[in-house]
Design a protein around this ligand. Structure first.
Ligand SMILES: C[S@@+](CC[C@H](N)C(=O)[O-])C[C@H]1O[C@@H](n2cnc3c(N)ncnc32)[C@H](O)[C@@H]1O
Length: 220
């Protein structure tokens, strides 16, 4: 899953989302990427935030943590369960990132400095809609933004949203990878995903939509 996710990033297929996350992380200081996976978003955020910014990549998976540690020289990688508490001091970080990852609202609020920002990426219902069914992926994004605003209301203010909606071309191997980097990998073999990609793409590439909302909220 980590290798597939890294190939998708390295092919630039998620660059519109990566770039928008980086643009939302311009303040220097410390950035904690909770459920950061292989660390692509954290690396981009650090590059955008400036030379004195430092990053903590946190993930349940040691394979993700290893990848994140290699993605940027100013990343410290931690294997931890974000539901068991974020392993940082209260008010210890300037930015928390949550990208397609579980969100621990109380802990993110505790970890952030006053005025610190939480940058959250959530998928919209149209995200990868053209390929979700044929590639046996899970359906995502059902009115999550309204729920998110309610989750944030107690501890966060100045909540802003930016929608990133664009199309990308996936060739046959990218179709396999975009499915294999998510939960489809748990219930389909790579051969099954390859057969689905061949049926969907044949020899041509498939156009699919990236559709996410980036929410930025300031810690009260
Ligand atoms: C869909 S992936 C997104 C990864 C990364 N943010 C990205 O977009 O490339 C969700 C990530 O959350 C991690 N995760 C899930 N539950 C977690 C938990 N309780 N604590 C820490 N990480 C968790 C998974 O291991 C996985 O890497």
């Amino acid at each position: 899953m980590v290798a597939a996710r890294n190939r998708i990033f390295d092919a630039g297929l998620y660059d519109p989302i990566v770039d928008a996350v980086a643009a939302a992380c311009t303040s220097s200081g410390s950035i904690l990427d909770a459920g950061g996976g292989p660390g692509r978003y954290l690396a981009a955020a650090l590059s955008s935030a400036g030379d004195d910014a430092v990053g903590i990549g946190l993930d349940l998976s040691k394979f993700c943590a290893r990848s994140a540690a290699k993605r940027h020289p100013r990343v410290l990688s931690v294997v931890a369960d974000l539901w068991a508490g974020l392993p940082v001091l209260t008010g210890g970080v300037d930015t928390v990132l949550s990208v397609f990852a579980p969100r621990n609202v109380a802990e993110s609020a505790r970890a952030l400095t006053e005025g610190g920002r939480w940058v959250i990426v959530t998928p919209e219902p149209g995200h990868l809609a053209e390929i979700v069914g044929p590639m046996h992926m899970l359906t995502v994004g059902d009115g999550k933004s309204g729920r998110l605003a309610r989750e944030l209301a107690a501890d966060f203010a100045e909540i802003s949203e930016r929608r990133v909606r664009t199309t990308v071309r996936f060739d046959e191997s990218a179709l396999i990878d975009v499915a294999a980097m998510g939960p489809a990998a748990f219930h389909r073999t790579r051969d099954e995903l390859a057969a689905a990609a061949a049926e969907l793409a044949g020899r041509a590439a498939v156009t699919a939509t990236l559709d996410v909302t980036i929410t930025v909220a300031r810690r009260r």
